[in-house]
Design a protein around this ligand. Structure first.
Ligand SMILES: [Zn+2]
Length: 440
């Protein structure tokens, strides 16, 4: 009952989001681009479209006006209606589009602390998985948990993300690995999303790994994903995408193609974990038009050339490299210089990237992958929106777009990546609803 009440309240709040005026903005990163509707590439990736001394008016969850602070002060409607909107004084800080975290795994119950210690003492990702750790160790927790317990964990993660400037989140299932537990996972994401003012896009990752009980009959597990999970998810609209972990130790390219064929048949989009531990030829996936190829640590020249001519986004997840202590990061410079569209996301998950912080990911992208701060911001906002095919609503600050904004308590946007793990996000506006992380 309590949850239903909260849900109703949140839905009503979103529909009647009171007008808000963000003013006294030192740097407003509009990210207004070249006019192209696709993801940003090459030089366009660093176009931040900065306005100084700016103000933004949001009404009904949308951005309705952008201008200078002086224009806002003189605006007759604003003068007359002063009592009818909330004014947020940004005190000369930086405002940018809310981060679009386009790759997360928030449906789990416990941190994986044994894996953490094992890895510190030298065990590899694959050795930990073989010893019963890794993804399969999260499966027990998810299978035993109730839908309410899982949605509580997801909601906690969404709030943590919002506190660091994230307003749109892609959330995958993938630790249930049975029909019931995968459906329960996606239901828990939907329950949590109803209680959070931001935007959540769900993805079925039933093909994360083959669960232990199917180890000797993996064909049957692939059939379960294709013939039971995908049809049910499509029928109940529990997810918009199907994802597969295509990698040695997970699913082969042929299995991936079979799963993607079922996704296409049921009208679901596709995205893929690929080229993380070893390189795969990406051409056999082209016909499925995946929205995003994720990880890409081991991507080679031939695949890079093919991707530079593709509308798909390469989503880089350097939080996993950092946490696993891997020296080699995804080749961001090579990808960007070749014209591939790149996005950045947290890969929030309990095994390889336990962080909800996009500013931290920006920091790692700049220091370890040699992306510029401007490139990292565009990759974490507009190109993230493109990876979810939501760039018509998200990812830039332009009139008519959703009122998703992050207010940072810094004078220069480059500080967002510069202050390592710094708590600089003061206010996040999610679909017109402001949430304070700390008082301005
Ligand atoms: Zn992932």
């Amino acid at each position: 009952m309590a949850r239903t009440k909260t849900t109703k309240r949140t839905t009503r709040a979103r529909a009647t989001a009171p007008p808000i005026l963000l003013t006294n903005i030192g740097q407003l990163l509009t990210l207004r681009g070249s006019g192209s509707s696709g993801p940003r590439r090459g030089k366009d990736l660093s176009e931040a479209g900065i306005l100084g001394d700016a103000a933004v008016l949001c009404v009904g969850g949308k951005i309705v006006s952008i201008g200078s602070r002086r224009e806002a002060q003189r605006d007759a409607w604003l003068q007359k209606n002063k009592k009818n909107f909330q004014e947020i004084d940004c005190r000369g800080g930086v405002v940018l589009p809310g981060f679009v975290d386009s790759h997360t795994h928030p449906v789990f119950t416990h941190p994986r602390l044994v894996d953490f210690e094992k890895r510190i003492s030298g065990a590899s990702y694959e050795e930990i998985a073989e010893a019963g750790g890794g993804i399969r160790s999260s499966t027990d927790g998810v299978r035993k948990a109730t839908r309410q317990q899982l949605s509580g964990h997801v909601l906690h993660a969404l709030r943590e993300m919002a506190a660091q400037g994230t307003t749109t989140v892609e959330a995958k299932s993938g630790y249930g690995l049975s029909f019931e537990a995968e459906i329960k996972s996606l239901e828990s994401v939907r329950d949590a999303a109803k209680q959070w003012p931001g935007t959540v896009i769900s993805t079925l990752l039933g093909a994360h790994v083959v669960p232990a009980e199917f180890r000797e009959r993996r064909e049957e597990y692939v059939a379960l994903v294709r013939e039971k999970m995908i049809p049910e998810v499509a029928r109940r609209k529990l997810a918009g995408y199907v994802d597969v972990f295509c990698e040695r130790g997970a699913f082969t390219m042929e299995e991936t193609r079979r799963i993607f064929r079922a996704a296409r048949e049921y009208g679901l989009g596709t995205r893929i974990h690929v080229c993380q531990l070893s390189e795969s030829e990406l051409a056999p996936l082209g016909e499925f038009e995946p929205a995003s190829y994720d990880h890409m640590d081991c991507v080679g020249e031939k695949n890079i050339r093919a991707l530079s001519n593709s509308p798909a986004v390469a989503t880089l997840l350097p939080g996993a490299n950092y946490f696993l202590g891997v020296r080699q990061y995804p080749p961001a410079r090579k990808l960007i210089d070749a014209g591939v569209a790149v996005a950045l996301a947290t890969d929030y998950n309990p095994g390889t990237s336990p962080t909800a912080s996009m500013p931290f990911i920006l920091s790692v992208a700049c220091t370890q992958m040699k992306m510029s701060p401007a490139e990292a911001i565009v990759a974490a906002t507009y190109n993230g929106a493109c990876a979810l095919r939501m760039q018509d609503r998200k990812g830039t600050i332009e009139t008519g777009k959703d009122a998703d904004l992050a207010v940072f308590e810094v004078k220069d946007y480059r500080e967002i990546a510069y202050w390592v793990a710094g708590p600089a996000c003061a206010v996040t506006v999610l679909n017109g609803i402001p949430v304070s992380s700390r008082p301005l």
